[in-house]
Design a protein around this ligand. Sequence first.
Ligand code: AMP
Length: 430
Amino acid sequence: MKVLVIGGGAREHALCRSLSLDPDVTELHCAPGNAGIAQVARLHPVDQLDGAAVADLAAGLGAGLVVVGPEAPLVAGVADAVRDRGIPVFGPSREAALLEGSKAFAKDVMAAAGVPTARSYVCTTPEEAADALDAFGAPYVVKDDGLAAGKGVVVTSDLQEALAHAAACGRVVIEEFLDGPEVSLFAVTDGTTVVPLQPAQDFKRAHDGDEGPNTGGMGAYSPLPWAGPELVDEVLATVLQPTVDELRRRGTPFSGLLYAGLAITSRGVRVIEFNARFGDPETQVVLARLRTPLAGLLLAAATGRLDELEPLRWSDGAAVTVVVAAEGYPASPRSGDPVEGLAEAEAADGTAYVLHAGTRLGEDGAVLSAGGRVLSVTAVGEDLALARRRAYDAVARIRLAGSHHRTDIALRAAGGQDAGRDGRQDDGAR
Ligand code: AMP
């Protein structure tokens, strides 16, 4: 099977890496890709938001499967354009991707499906916003209704800051604050059958101790030693399956990757948000542990045959990803610097490897930084402590002027079974 992956971050590098290890994949292509993906796939300089161009590329290559990585092409209808050509595509339609593209739509679907989530109001005027903030009290949670690349949410105890964010966004969702550790649970679905993957946790704040601004994600780990296996069953029954059923009932079936961002509160599991695609950086650790060949899984979802699939196989071990970010990330990342030590960072036995996020090849073939999050350094091991040590050993070998990374990814989870229970995060992001 020839496979085309759309996107160019570390998530797509992780997808391409796993696809390249699937014996059924005979050719692997990626558009636009990055310097790391170029090692495992042929790159094509196609605009990932241009559905017709992506469909032309897929048809020209004779692709048997197209995998759309990021949310922006999904919301732009790229999966529809490919599907209309009769080519199997892993990724929801534009209408179903609204589950991520509009927080208000997601809330409506959850209400109809009886999915537990934060109580909320959709507000379009400063007066409505002020009333809603008053109704819930501090800490305040204000979310831009539209896509904002992970930066549309403000959680603050400062009423003025909350009001200012609401005014700047226009249409916002204001909701109750959810306490408790966060979990990311992905599920592969064909619109009917839902196959959950293993849970992971990410770290959204820029600095150690969950300090600093929100980012796209600074690291992740899986499994979660503090969450029992019943968590996946519960989320499948109360969140994932009802949501997929509701979207099918509405005539806009969701096929692709349904990502539930969850808070494990004292009153039970609550959905913080849905995404319509693999999460970055959790994908890096989840795929590091998946033993079932990836192309077969994604093709089964794309062709409505997930019910025929054997149960997924997983490694018993752990995986940790540490993001190396450019100087100035997230506010104003600097780019164009050489990234060195990449070969030294990789372990010969495959237990540590470097996934590229924002990189490109310079004219002389050198790898240059080209984005805020530059690398996702990923390692596996028998347990979190070993995976963590290997990941940080690899990070220490990488040289990128001015770069920064968190030093506490999976630290508490690696240290004890209850790590996630006694605090808000890592337990994870905040
Ligand atoms: P989102 O873009 O919806 O994932 O929000 C980004 C981050 O804001 C989440 O990962 C949470 O850490 C935080 N957040 C979002 N909604 C809430 C909420 N209702 N209560 C507490 N924290 C939240």
